[in-house]
Design a protein around this ligand. Structure first.
Ligand SMILES: [Fe+2]
Length: 304
Protein backbone atom coordinates (compact mmCIF):
# COMPACT_ATOMS: atom_id res chain seq x y z
CA UNK A 1 0.00 0.00 0.00
CA UNK A 2 1.19 3.50 -0.70
CA UNK A 3 1.75 6.11 1.99
CA UNK A 4 -1.23 8.08 0.71
CA UNK A 5 -3.68 5.24 1.32
CA UNK A 6 -2.14 4.22 4.65
CA UNK A 7 -1.97 7.74 6.04
CA UNK A 8 -1.05 7.48 9.73
CA UNK A 9 -2.75 4.17 10.47
CA UNK A 10 -1.21 2.26 13.40
CA UNK A 11 1.41 -0.30 12.27
CA UNK A 12 1.02 0.81 8.63
CA UNK A 13 2.50 4.31 8.60
CA UNK A 14 5.72 4.59 6.63
CA UNK A 15 6.47 7.99 8.23
CA UNK A 16 6.67 6.21 11.59
CA UNK A 17 8.70 3.30 10.20
CA UNK A 18 11.21 5.78 8.84
CA UNK A 19 11.46 7.72 12.11
CA UNK A 20 12.11 4.49 14.00
CA UNK A 21 14.67 3.32 11.46
CA UNK A 22 16.44 6.64 12.03
CA UNK A 23 16.35 6.10 15.80
CA UNK A 24 14.09 9.11 16.41
CA UNK A 25 11.84 8.82 19.46
CA UNK A 26 10.51 12.37 19.51
CA UNK A 27 9.00 13.50 16.24
CA UNK A 28 6.63 16.10 14.78
CA UNK A 29 2.98 15.34 14.12
CA UNK A 30 2.85 15.33 10.31
CA UNK A 31 -0.78 16.39 10.26
CA UNK A 32 -0.98 16.51 6.46
CA UNK A 33 -0.49 12.73 6.32
CA UNK A 34 -3.76 11.83 8.06
CA UNK A 35 -6.03 10.25 5.48
CA UNK A 36 -9.79 10.71 5.24
CA UNK A 37 -10.11 7.19 6.68
CA UNK A 38 -7.98 8.23 9.66
CA UNK A 39 -10.25 11.23 10.28
CA UNK A 40 -13.28 8.97 9.94
CA UNK A 41 -11.85 6.58 12.55
CA UNK A 42 -11.49 9.49 15.01
CA UNK A 43 -15.03 10.76 14.32
CA UNK A 44 -16.56 7.34 14.90
CA UNK A 45 -14.50 6.54 18.00
CA UNK A 46 -15.36 9.90 19.52
CA UNK A 47 -19.06 9.88 18.67
CA UNK A 48 -19.77 6.44 20.09
CA UNK A 49 -17.84 6.83 23.35
CA UNK A 50 -19.26 10.24 24.36
CA UNK A 51 -22.46 8.95 26.01
CA UNK A 52 -20.40 6.35 27.90
CA UNK A 53 -18.00 8.99 29.17
CA UNK A 54 -20.95 10.91 30.59
CA UNK A 55 -22.21 7.79 32.29
CA UNK A 56 -18.99 6.24 33.60
CA UNK A 57 -16.10 8.73 33.59
CA UNK A 58 -14.90 10.60 36.68
CA UNK A 59 -16.18 14.18 36.67
CA UNK A 60 -12.62 15.53 36.55
CA UNK A 61 -12.13 13.72 33.26
CA UNK A 62 -15.32 15.23 31.83
CA UNK A 63 -14.16 18.68 32.94
CA UNK A 64 -10.83 18.00 31.25
CA UNK A 65 -12.48 17.14 27.94
CA UNK A 66 -14.29 20.49 28.07
CA UNK A 67 -11.16 22.39 29.04
CA UNK A 68 -9.18 20.95 26.11
CA UNK A 69 -11.96 21.83 23.64
CA UNK A 70 -11.29 18.53 21.85
CA UNK A 71 -12.69 18.42 18.32
CA UNK A 72 -15.09 15.52 17.85
CA UNK A 73 -14.83 15.75 14.06
CA UNK A 74 -11.06 15.95 13.47
CA UNK A 75 -7.96 14.33 14.91
CA UNK A 76 -6.53 16.95 17.30
CA UNK A 77 -3.36 18.82 16.50
CA UNK A 78 -1.10 18.44 19.54
CA UNK A 79 -0.15 22.13 19.37
CA UNK A 80 -3.84 23.05 19.76
CA UNK A 81 -4.27 20.62 22.68
CA UNK A 82 -1.17 22.04 24.36
CA UNK A 83 -2.34 25.63 23.99
CA UNK A 84 -5.21 24.80 26.35
CA UNK A 85 -3.38 22.26 28.51
CA UNK A 86 -0.10 23.98 29.34
CA UNK A 87 -1.49 27.01 31.20
CA UNK A 88 -3.51 24.66 33.44
CA UNK A 89 -0.87 22.25 34.78
CA UNK A 90 2.31 22.81 32.78
CA UNK A 91 1.81 19.49 30.99
CA UNK A 92 2.14 19.11 27.26
CA UNK A 93 1.63 16.24 24.81
CA UNK A 94 4.81 15.40 22.92
CA UNK A 95 4.66 13.33 19.72
CA UNK A 96 6.62 10.05 19.71
CA UNK A 97 7.28 7.38 17.09
CA UNK A 98 6.02 4.57 19.32
CA UNK A 99 7.85 2.60 22.00
CA UNK A 100 9.66 4.79 24.53
CA UNK A 101 12.11 3.07 26.94
CA UNK A 102 10.62 2.99 30.44
CA UNK A 103 13.00 5.44 32.09
CA UNK A 104 12.67 7.96 29.25
CA UNK A 105 8.89 7.70 29.58
CA UNK A 106 8.90 8.29 33.36
CA UNK A 107 11.46 11.08 33.00
CA UNK A 108 9.16 12.86 30.53
CA UNK A 109 6.39 12.72 33.15
CA UNK A 110 8.72 14.21 35.75
CA UNK A 111 9.25 17.10 33.33
CA UNK A 112 5.51 17.42 32.63
CA UNK A 113 5.58 16.16 29.10
CA UNK A 114 3.55 13.20 27.96
CA UNK A 115 4.90 10.92 25.19
CA UNK A 116 1.98 10.78 22.77
CA UNK A 117 1.33 8.38 19.91
CA UNK A 118 0.16 10.15 16.75
CA UNK A 119 -1.05 7.21 14.65
CA UNK A 120 -4.67 6.09 14.79
CA UNK A 121 -6.20 2.61 14.68
CA UNK A 122 -7.58 1.17 11.45
CA UNK A 123 -11.12 2.41 10.78
CA UNK A 124 -12.09 -1.19 10.02
CA UNK A 125 -11.05 -2.38 13.51
CA UNK A 126 -12.11 0.19 16.04
CA UNK A 127 -12.38 -2.15 19.00
CA UNK A 128 -9.22 -4.08 19.53
CA UNK A 129 -5.79 -2.59 19.40
CA UNK A 130 -2.78 -3.91 21.29
CA UNK A 131 -0.77 -0.71 20.71
CA UNK A 132 -1.59 2.76 22.00
CA UNK A 133 -2.88 5.22 19.40
CA UNK A 134 -3.81 8.90 19.41
CA UNK A 135 -7.35 8.13 20.55
CA UNK A 136 -6.02 6.27 23.59
CA UNK A 137 -3.37 8.90 24.32
CA UNK A 138 -5.20 12.16 23.59
CA UNK A 139 -8.82 11.20 24.31
CA UNK A 140 -7.97 8.71 27.10
CA UNK A 141 -4.96 10.21 28.92
CA UNK A 142 -4.63 13.92 28.20
CA UNK A 143 -7.97 15.18 29.63
CA UNK A 144 -6.80 13.93 33.07
CA UNK A 145 -3.65 16.05 32.71
CA UNK A 146 -5.78 19.19 33.08
CA UNK A 147 -6.29 18.33 36.76
CA UNK A 148 -3.59 19.73 39.06
CA UNK A 149 -3.60 16.89 41.56
CA UNK A 150 -3.54 14.18 38.90
CA UNK A 151 -0.74 16.00 37.06
CA UNK A 152 1.22 16.04 40.34
CA UNK A 153 0.74 12.26 40.62
CA UNK A 154 2.41 11.77 37.24
CA UNK A 155 5.31 14.02 38.21
CA UNK A 156 5.79 12.08 41.47
CA UNK A 157 5.84 8.77 39.55
CA UNK A 158 8.62 10.28 37.43
CA UNK A 159 10.49 11.26 40.60
CA UNK A 160 10.21 7.73 41.98
CA UNK A 161 11.75 6.42 38.75
CA UNK A 162 14.59 8.90 39.06
CA UNK A 163 15.29 7.91 42.67
CA UNK A 164 15.16 4.22 41.73
CA UNK A 165 17.74 4.78 39.00
CA UNK A 166 20.03 6.65 41.42
CA UNK A 167 19.63 4.07 44.18
CA UNK A 168 20.31 1.01 42.06
CA UNK A 169 22.81 2.79 39.82
CA UNK A 170 25.13 3.13 42.81
CA UNK A 171 25.40 -0.62 43.37
CA UNK A 172 28.65 -2.48 42.68
CA UNK A 173 27.41 -5.98 41.88
CA UNK A 174 26.23 -5.80 38.27
CA UNK A 175 24.11 -8.97 38.25
CA UNK A 176 22.37 -7.93 41.46
CA UNK A 177 21.88 -4.45 40.03
CA UNK A 178 20.06 -5.83 36.97
CA UNK A 179 17.93 -8.19 39.08
CA UNK A 180 16.93 -5.49 41.53
CA UNK A 181 16.21 -2.94 38.83
CA UNK A 182 14.06 -5.50 37.01
CA UNK A 183 11.95 -6.00 40.11
CA UNK A 184 11.53 -2.25 40.75
CA UNK A 185 10.62 -1.56 37.11
CA UNK A 186 8.07 -4.38 37.29
CA UNK A 187 6.54 -2.91 40.46
CA UNK A 188 6.36 0.56 38.89
CA UNK A 189 4.77 -0.79 35.70
CA UNK A 190 2.13 -2.62 37.75
CA UNK A 191 1.44 0.48 39.81
CA UNK A 192 1.03 2.54 36.62
CA UNK A 193 -1.19 -0.10 35.04
CA UNK A 194 -3.63 -0.39 37.95
CA UNK A 195 -3.88 3.40 38.43
CA UNK A 196 -3.16 5.67 35.46
CA UNK A 197 -4.15 3.06 32.85
CA UNK A 198 -6.94 1.06 34.52
CA UNK A 199 -7.84 2.88 37.71
CA UNK A 200 -11.27 3.37 39.27
CA UNK A 201 -12.05 6.14 41.76
CA UNK A 202 -14.86 7.04 44.13
CA UNK A 203 -16.77 10.06 42.86
CA UNK A 204 -19.77 11.25 44.84
CA UNK A 205 -21.58 8.08 45.87
CA UNK A 206 -20.38 6.10 42.86
CA UNK A 207 -17.34 4.37 41.42
CA UNK A 208 -16.13 6.10 38.27
CA UNK A 209 -13.36 5.58 35.73
CA UNK A 210 -10.15 7.66 35.59
CA UNK A 211 -7.81 5.12 33.92
CA UNK A 212 -7.07 5.88 30.28
CA UNK A 213 -7.21 2.27 29.06
CA UNK A 214 -10.82 2.17 30.21
CA UNK A 215 -11.65 5.72 29.07
CA UNK A 216 -10.52 4.96 25.52
CA UNK A 217 -12.37 1.62 25.21
CA UNK A 218 -16.01 1.71 24.16
CA UNK A 219 -16.61 -1.82 25.39
CA UNK A 220 -14.51 -1.92 28.53
CA UNK A 221 -15.63 1.40 30.06
CA UNK A 222 -19.07 -0.14 30.49
CA UNK A 223 -17.87 -3.66 31.29
CA UNK A 224 -15.53 -2.50 34.09
CA UNK A 225 -18.39 -0.85 35.99
CA UNK A 226 -21.38 -3.04 35.10
CA UNK A 227 -20.05 -6.58 34.75
CA UNK A 228 -20.35 -8.91 37.76
CA UNK A 229 -17.34 -10.77 36.34
CA UNK A 230 -14.99 -7.91 37.26
CA UNK A 231 -13.45 -7.97 40.73
CA UNK A 232 -13.17 -4.44 42.15
CA UNK A 233 -11.21 -3.98 45.34
CA UNK A 234 -10.07 -1.02 47.42
CA UNK A 235 -6.54 -0.08 46.34
CA UNK A 236 -3.90 -2.07 48.22
CA UNK A 237 -0.30 -1.29 47.37
CA UNK A 238 1.14 -4.64 48.44
CA UNK A 239 -1.33 -6.41 46.19
CA UNK A 240 -0.94 -4.09 43.20
CA UNK A 241 2.85 -4.30 42.99
CA UNK A 242 2.70 -8.10 43.14
CA UNK A 243 -0.19 -8.56 40.74
CA UNK A 244 0.50 -10.05 37.30
CA UNK A 245 -1.61 -8.63 34.44
CA UNK A 246 -2.37 -9.43 30.81
CA UNK A 247 -2.95 -6.76 28.18
CA UNK A 248 -4.90 -8.63 25.51
CA UNK A 249 -8.36 -8.89 27.07
CA UNK A 250 -10.69 -6.97 29.41
CA UNK A 251 -9.24 -6.64 32.91
CA UNK A 252 -10.79 -9.07 35.41
CA UNK A 253 -9.36 -7.25 38.44
CA UNK A 254 -9.38 -3.51 39.15
CA UNK A 255 -8.53 -1.32 42.13
CA UNK A 256 -10.50 1.64 43.48
CA UNK A 257 -8.86 4.69 45.05
CA UNK A 258 -10.83 7.16 47.19
CA UNK A 259 -9.61 10.38 45.62
CA UNK A 260 -6.72 12.06 43.80
CA UNK A 261 -5.20 12.86 47.19
CA UNK A 262 -5.39 9.18 48.08
CA UNK A 263 -3.71 8.27 44.79
CA UNK A 264 -0.98 10.84 45.44
CA UNK A 265 -0.36 9.39 48.91
CA UNK A 266 0.07 5.94 47.34
CA UNK A 267 2.87 7.23 45.10
CA UNK A 268 4.59 8.57 48.22
CA UNK A 269 4.14 5.16 49.80
CA UNK A 270 5.55 3.48 46.67
CA UNK A 271 8.64 5.66 46.99
CA UNK A 272 9.07 4.82 50.67
CA UNK A 273 8.79 1.11 49.89
CA UNK A 274 11.27 1.44 47.04
CA UNK A 275 13.82 3.19 49.28
CA UNK A 276 13.29 0.56 51.99
CA UNK A 277 13.95 -2.29 49.53
CA UNK A 278 10.36 -3.49 49.51
CA UNK A 279 10.16 -3.46 45.71
CA UNK A 280 13.28 -5.59 45.28
CA UNK A 281 11.53 -8.96 45.23
CA UNK A 282 8.06 -8.53 43.81
CA UNK A 283 6.28 -11.60 42.48
CA UNK A 284 7.47 -12.88 39.09
CA UNK A 285 5.38 -12.66 35.92
CA UNK A 286 4.27 -9.91 33.59
CA UNK A 287 5.34 -7.36 32.83
CA UNK A 288 8.93 -8.50 32.41
CA UNK A 289 11.08 -5.42 31.91
CA UNK A 290 12.81 -5.79 28.56
CA UNK A 291 16.48 -5.11 27.99
CA UNK A 292 15.89 -1.58 26.64
CA UNK A 293 13.82 -0.63 29.68
CA UNK A 294 16.45 -1.89 32.11
CA UNK A 295 19.23 -0.25 30.16
CA UNK A 296 17.40 3.08 30.21
CA UNK A 297 17.19 2.95 34.03
CA UNK A 298 20.73 1.77 34.58
CA UNK A 299 22.19 4.39 32.25
CA UNK A 300 20.23 7.12 34.03
CA UNK A 301 21.48 5.83 37.39
CA UNK A 302 25.13 5.79 36.40
CA UNK A 303 24.88 9.10 34.54
CA UNK A 304 25.75 7.27 31.30
FE1 LIG B 1 -1.81 4.47 28.13
Amino acid sequence: MSTATCGLTTTKASFIEQARADGEIFIRQPYELYSEENQEAWRRLYARIQPRWRKYAHHKFLEGVDKLVLDSTHIPRLEDVNRFLKPLTGFSAKAVSGYVPAYVFFDCLRNRSFPTTITIRDAARLDYLPEPDIFHDVAGHVPMHTDRRFADVLVRVGEVAQKAAQLVGGMRDEAEQVRRMGSIVKAMARFFWFTVEFGLMRDGGEVRVYGSGLLSSYGEIEHCIESPAVQRYPFQLEWVINQYFEIDHYQPLLFIVDSFDHLFSQVDELERWMLAGRLDNVSPGEPVADEEDLKSFLEAGTGG
